[in-house]
Design a protein around this ligand. Sequence first.
Ligand SMILES: Nc1ncnc2c1ncn2[C@@H]1O[C@H](COP(=O)(O)OP(=O)(O)OP(=O)(O)O)[C@@H](O)[C@H]1O
Length: 206
Amino acid sequence: MTQIPFQRFALTAEGLACRRGGRAVFGDVSFHLENGTAIALTGRNGAGKSSLIAMVCGRLRPEAGVIKLEGQGDLPPAEAVHLVGHRDGLKTALTAAENLRFAQDLLGQPGLDPAEALATVGLPHAGSLPVGYLSAGQRRRVALARLLVASRPIWLLDEPMAALDIGSQAMLSQLMQAHLAAGGAILAATHGPLGLDGARELRIGP
Ligand SMILES: Nc1ncnc2c1ncn2[C@@H]1O[C@H](COP(=O)(O)OP(=O)(O)OP(=O)(O)O)[C@@H](O)[C@H]1O
């Protein structure tokens, strides 16, 4: 797989606090991500992992604290990140290849061709099938293939191993390692191992 090496960048979050539905979820969370680094975001159910990811991609305003990105030509953080969330965001009536082409057009910064991305995630024959026909694990792999069709430096992954079998988990670990080796960074909420030796743990909540 060829990947574009990324320019130098540093994403810094300082003193983040989160309140949802009138309830304090977490406070005083800080972290730093730069080229080639990964953070495993851990914590109990409801600790606020998905909420923290939503803050980094600009979908949720922190109650306190700042998130800033240096490098990457002054892009706002939301345009430097690539999100694969809990919900896969795929359109069930479109084929896997059509979903990936749509994501590529939307996100810009094209990476792999959709057919190549599907082959990379082990779905070489799924390109012409409507996503609604795919199994949960296959859909997850199509969602992960979005990471490959548009080249963005910071991957935000919410439970990326969910629904994946052992072989697919190993495939994802390899994709993440390749992304780090190309100078990308990863923030991944997880309840289990990511298969990334150098990942730092950031635990939030009690
Ligand atoms: N839209 C919302 N309105 C009000 N409260 C919300 C909303 N979304 C999430 N919450 C609450 O915010 C808290 C944190 O939720 P979040 O999904 O960020 O946790 P999490 O650590 O990702 O959990 P899990 O491990 O179960 O995925 C929970 O108490 C949740 O009920």
